[in-house]
Design a binder for this molecule. Structure first.
Ligand code: ISL
Length: 559
C-alpha cells in the first residue's frame, strides 16, 4: 500500500482541476467573446461544483492566430479579455473562495508579433537572432501541426525559421541560456502576482534535436525542467501545481518527469488514450475498441503507481466532447453516458481535470460547412486536403467528429438566446441543444450530470461528509481486460480506522444490457452501493446485469 502523501506538499493529489477556455466561458460586456470579469461572475458555479483549482487557458495579448496560444506579450492581458486589474480581481476572488488559479505557460513558441521575434527577424546579427531557430536552408522535413512545412522562409534576411505550429508561432531556441533566463524571470513575475502554478503548453518540445529529427523529449528536456524547477519554484514557499502537456510522452518517460524526487513537474498530460480512435493522423477516424482504452489507461495506472502521478482527462480545448466521442449523445443515453465517463475517470488514481461544460454533459455541435469552423487547425487542414484533391464532404466529415471547435462553443448557462453566455452575438454559435442542456436546469435537478460531478468531486475531499480516502490513495487493479464493453476496476486502501476498504467500479460502455463477470463476485454480497448513474439501483449491485450505459461503484470494508 503506498504511504499517505504528505499534507501540504502534494496537496494536488486530492484536488480536482477545472479548465476555463476564456473565449467561450462567459462574456460580461456583450462583445460576444468571454472575458475575465465574465469568469469572476461565474465563480459560484465553480465553487459549488467543488473544484479546487482553476486552469485558465491563455489570456495574454495575442493576435489570436491560434486562439491565444500565440502570445505577443507575456506580462499583460489581451484587451478583449480585460486588464491586469481584472486579472488581479479574479485571482483575489478565486482565493477568497478557497480555490487556486493556475495559468497557461506557452514558451515553446511566441507569436511572430512578440517583440523578441520582431528583433530576432530584423537582421542576421541582431542580439536576439539566436533566440529562435534560424537556418539558411530548411535542415529537415518537419511538418507543422497545422499543415504545411515547419520551416518558413522570412523575406527580411532570406533565412528560414522553425514553427512547429502556425507560421505565426515561431519556436523559441531553448539552447540559448538568455531565453531560459527570460522565461524563468517571467514565471517568477507571475508567481509574485499570486498565481498558483502553470499548465505548460507542449513543454516536451522545448528540447529538440534537429539532426536526429526528434522534436519530442529531446536530449536536454530533463535538464531544462530541473533548471526551471530550481530557478522558479525551489526557493519559494508556497503550494504550486505544475502540469506539463506532453504529446507523445511514454509512461516510462512520464515516470521520470513526475517522480517528485527528480523535481521536474507534478504531473503530465499524456495523449495515448485520445489517439486510440485515430489512424496515422487525427483526421483518419477509427472506431474505438474499449479493450484498447482499458489497456492504455491501465498501463498508466500501473506505470505511475510507485513513483510519479497521473493526470486524468477526457476533454480539453483541443479534443472533441467526451460524451459524443466515448459515450453516446443520443437523447436517451446522453445523461447516463456522461455520468458513466465521469465515474470511470474520477475513480482512477490521479488528479482529474474537468473541461468547461463537461460537467453539464455538453456535446459536439453541428457544423454545416467549412464556414462554420473557426479553428486554425481545421481551416488549414481543410484547405490543404481539398487542394490535394480530397472530397470536401469527406474532409468535413472528419472535422465534424474531431475538430477542436466542438470543445469551443460557448458554455451553456441557461435556456435563453445564446445560452446566457453573452448579450451580443457569440464569436462562434452556441450549440442549439442549449435549451435542453444548460447549467440553470441542472442545478435544479438532483439527477443531473452536474450533480453527479459534484458527488464525484466530494469523494476526494477530507472536509466532505462523503470523503472516501481510497479514491485518492487506493491502489488500482484493472479487472476484465478482455471484456469488450465492460470497464471494471477496483481500488483498495488500508485505513487505520476502518480496515481494508475496497471499491469496485463497473461500467457498461454500450446501450445493450450486459452481465459483468466480476471475479469472486460473492465477496461483494452485501457491499454498499456508493454511487450509481441510474435510478432504481438493483438489490445485488455486483452481479445484477448492467443496464444501457450504467455505472455502479460498490464499497466493502473488511477488518
Ligand atoms: O490539438 C491537437 C491535436 O491535433 C494537438 O496536436 C495539439 O496541437 C497539441 O496537443 C498541442 O496543444 C497545445 O499547443 C498548441 C495549441 O494549439 C493547443 O491549443 C495547445 O493545447 C500550440 O500552442
Amino acid at each position: 500500500m503506498p504511504p499517505e502523501p504528505p499534507v501540504g506538499g502534494e496537496w494536488w493529489r486530492s484536488a480536482v482541476v477545472y479548465q476555463i477556455w476564456p473565449r467561450s466561458f462567459s462574456d460580461s460586456d456583450g462583445d460576444g467573446i468571454g472575458d475575465l470579469p465574465g469568469i469572476a461572475d461565474r465563480l459560484d458555479h465553480l465553487a459549488g461544483l467543488g473544484v479546487d483549482v482553476l486552469w485558465l487557458s491563455p489570456v495574454y495579448p495575442s493576435p489570436q492566430d491560434d486562439a491565444g496560444y500565440d502570445i505577443s506579450d507575456y506580462r499583460d492581458i489581451e484587451p478583449v479579455f480585460g486588464t491586469l486589474a481584472d486579472f488581479d480581481a479574479l485571482l483575489a476572488a478565486v482565493h477568497e473562495r478557497g480555490m487556486r488559479l493556475v495559468i497557461d505557460l506557452v514558451v515553446n513558441h511566441t507569436s511572430d508579433e512578440h517583440p523578441w521575434f520582431a528583433e530576432s527577424r530584423s537582421s542576421r546579427d541582431n542580439p536576439k537572432r539566436d533566440w529562435y531557430w534560424w537556418r539558411d536552408e530548411a535542415p529537415n522535413d518537419w511538418r507543422s501541426f497545422f499543415s504545411g512545412p515547419a520551416w518558413e522562409r522570412d523575406e527580411t534576411t532570406g533565412e528560414y525559421y522553425l514553427h512547429l505550429f502556425s507560421r505565426k508561432q515561431p519556436d523559441l531556441n531553448w539552447e540559448n541560456p538568455q531565453v531560459r533566463a527570460a522565461v524563468y524571470e517571467m514565471m517568477r513575475w507571475w508567481l509574485d502576482c499570486g498565481v498558483d502554478g502553470f499548465r505548460m503548453d507542449v513543454i516536451n518540445m522545448i528540447s529538440k534535436d534537429l539532426a536526429s529529427g526528434e522534436f519530442l523529449c529531446g536530449p536536454r528536456i530533463h535538464e531544462f525542467l530541473q533548471e526551471m524547477h530550481c530557478e522558479v519554484f525551489a526557493s519559494r514557499p508556497g503550494t504550486f501545481l505544475t502540469v506539463g502537456e506532453m504529446p507523445g510522452v511514454s509512461v516510462e518517460q512520464a515516470r521520470l518527469f513526475t517522480d517528485p524526487a527528480r523535481a521536474e513537474v507534478d504531473m503530465v498530460f499524456q495523449f495515448e488514450h485520445v489517439r486510440l480512435d485515430q489512424g496515422a493522423t487525427k483526421w483518419d477516424l477509427r472506431p474505438l475498441d474499449l479493450r484498447d482504452l482499458k489497456a492504455s489507461l491501465g498501463r498508466w495506472q500501473t506505470g505511475l503507481a510507485d513513483a510519479g502521478w497521473n493526470s486524468l482527462y477526457w476533454n480539453n480545448h483541443d479534443q472533441p466532447r467526451a460524451v459524443s466521442r466515448f459515450g453516446s449523445d443520443a437523447p436517451e443515453h446522453r445523461v447516463a453516458s456522461a455520468k458513466l465517463l465521469a465515474t470511470v475517470l474520477h475513480l482512477q488514481r490521479g488528479t482529474p481535470y474537468v473541461y468547461q461544460g463537461e460537467e453539464l454533459g455538453m456535446t459536439n455541435t453541428a457544423f454545416e460547412s467549412i464556414a462554420d469552423f473557426r479553428d486554425i487547425e481545421s481551416l488549414r487542414h481543410y484547405a490543404e486536403a481539398v487542394a490535394g484533391g480530397a472530397e470536401s464532404e469527406t474532409v468535413l466529415a472528419a472535422l465534424r467528429v474531431m475538430g477542436r471547435d466542438n470543445a469551443r462553443t460557448p458554455v451553456q448557462w441557461d435556456a435563453s438566446e445564446h445560452a446566457g453566455f453573452t448579450t451580443g452575438t457569440p464569436w462562434i454559435p452556441v450549440n442549439p441543444n442549449h435549451r435542453e442542456i444548460n447549467a440553470a436546469d441542472q442545478w435544479a435537478d438532483p439527477a443531473s450530470v452536474l450533480h453527479h460531478y459534484r458527488a464525484l468531486i466530494a469523494l476526494r475531499h477530507p472536509d466532505s461528509e462523503c470523503h472516501e480516502p481510497a479514491v485518492v490513495h487506493g491502489d488500482f487493479t484493472m479487472l476484465l481486460p478482455d471484456d469488450p464493453t465492460v470497464y471494471a476496476f477496483s481500488r483498495r486502501h488500508r485505513d487505520d480506522e476502518r480496515g481494508d476498504v475496497e471499491l469496485l467500479v463497473l461500467a457498461n460502455f454500450s446501450a445493450e444490457p450486459v452481465t459483468a463477470a466480476v471475479p469472486q463476485a460473492d465477496a461483494w454480497d452485501g457491499a454498499e452501493l456508493l454511487l450509481g448513474n441510474l435510478p432504481d439501483a438493483p438489490a445485488a449491485p455486483a452481479t445484477a446485469p448492467l443496464r444501457a450505459w450504467e455505472a455502479r461503484v460498490l464499497r466493502r470494508v473488511t477488518r
